[in-house]
Write a protein that binds this ligand. Structure first.
Ligand SMILES: [Zn+2]
Length: 100
């Protein structure tokens, strides 16, 4: 079953390091450079919202959460190329309400 830890939380980094060390390193670098954990996981833009990946057949222990700026979800719908390289060909759901 996929995991849905809060984006940029220690739990998420731990889970991501186990399933996708390259992405974990990338995101950690982004957060470090931005100086804030409230930024897009991909480009470091602020503001960013929490997203949950709603993809069928996600591998067990896949990390199904990400924080994205306003530009990226549209990119995912239009030309998915940039997102696909990072998180796979997945569908997005609108931002998850706080408390998730
Ligand atoms: Zn972004």
């Amino acid at each position: 079953m996929p995991l849905f830890p809060r984006p940029h939380s220690p739990e998420r980094f731990a889970a991501l390091e186990a399933s996708n060390p390259q992405q974990a390193a990338h995101t950690q670098q982004i957060v470090k450079l931005a100086g804030s954990s409230d930024v897009c996981s991909v480009c470091g833009d602020d503001p960013a919202s929490d997203y949950k990946l709603m993809a069928p057949n996600m591998p067990p222990k896949a990390v199904g959460t990400i924080k994205l700026c306003a530009g990226l979800p549209q990119t995912a719908i239009g030309g998915r190329r940039k997102l696909r390289s990072i998180i796979g060909n997945s569908k997005f759901r609108p931002p998850v309400p706080s408390g998730f």
